[in-house]
Design a protein around this ligand. Structure first.
Ligand SMILES: C[S@@+](CC[C@H](N)C(=O)[O-])C[C@H]1O[C@@H](n2cnc3c(N)ncnc32)[C@H](O)[C@@H]1O
Length: 255
């Protein structure tokens, strides 16, 4: 049953409803059932598959956080494939904007906090709209965390986060140092936590490696083909013509 059935349907896993200034996308995640007794928001539509739907309102205005970037569905699909791991985890999304990955985690049973820059109230408002659109008001928190600023909303997350998410946050080298210093702080103040993120390759001259090294962090690339093998998504269609990488960042033990 689809609430949003108006054309055009962008592809099999995304349905679209738009007006001149707003657009609502419904992302449909479907894959083989995991070997786990509770479903946490997923509907079992047959013996073998589970489906989860996430509604994302977008605003057609020039600002990074108001629409879904191609990195977000990739990270969300990876998380959906690891939904059993997410149950009960404390998840913080950085630079959330429309917050598809974070909302998916909440619907999979994680305790989620979304964040965006405290200096961009319209982006925080957009995250709140997504929370409401998915019936998660009062369950998912939205806070202002500006990368590189070590203020109350960041400091109070000590020992409160298991997984940090970031979709398309490495979008410009000018933010690398501020973002990575924030990730380093969160990883050091939450032992055992890890950062999972996606970034779009926009220039071969850009590299986060030197900044990660400076802050004592290491990065592992997760191959995307594991997604294509296990779930019902057309990965090339999702990637369009973009080169997107999925990474895990952790504290380097020998740093
Ligand atoms: C390219 S958008 C990605 C949005 C969303 N994660 C996605 O993938 O659709 C980058 C996001 O980072 C946020 N952002 C930019 N600079 C920031 C900063 N200094 N501190 C915190 N968030 C920031 C923007 O508001 C925006 O939501």
């Amino acid at each position: 049953m689809n609430a949003l059935t108006s054309d055009p349907v962008t592809h099999d896993n995304i349905q679209l409803q738009s007006s001149s200034s707003t657009c609502t996308k419904k992302f449909i995640f479907r894959s083989r059932k995991k070997d786990f007794p509770d479903k946490y928001g997923t509907d079992s539509d047959s013996e073998d598959t589970e489906t989860l739907e996430v509604i994302i309102p977008e605003r057609m205005e020039a600002s990074y956080g108001l629409y879904v970037w191609p990195c977000a569905p990739i990270l969300a699909w990876y998380l959906f494939e690891h939904r059993n791991f997410l149950r009960g985890k404390r998840v913080l999304e950085l630079g959330a904007g429309t917050a598809l990955p974070g909302i998916l985690c909440a619907l999979c049973g994680a305790d989620v906090t979304l964040s965006d820059s405290g200096k961009l109230p319209h982006c925080l408002e957009q995250s709140r709209k997504t929370v409401e659109a998915n019936g998660l008001k009062g369950k998912v928190k939205v806070v202002g965390i500006t990368w590189g600023l070590f203020l109350h909303d960041l400091i109070q997350l000590r020992n409160k986060v298991d997984v940090i998410l970031g979709s398309d946050c490495f979008f410009d080298p000018v933010v690398f140092e501020d973002l990575i210093s924030t990730i380093a702080y969160l990883l050091e103040s939450n032992p055992g936590a890890k950062f999972l993120g996606t970034y779009q390759e926009r220039s071969s001259d850009w590299s986060i490696e030197p900044v990660l090294k400076k802050w004592g962090l290491g990065c592992k690339h997760i191959p995307l083909n594991e997604l294509a093998n296990s779930c019902e998504v057309d990965l090339p269609q999702l990637l369009q013509d973009h080169t997107i990488h999925l990474i895990e960042i952790t504290v380097q033990s020998n740093a």
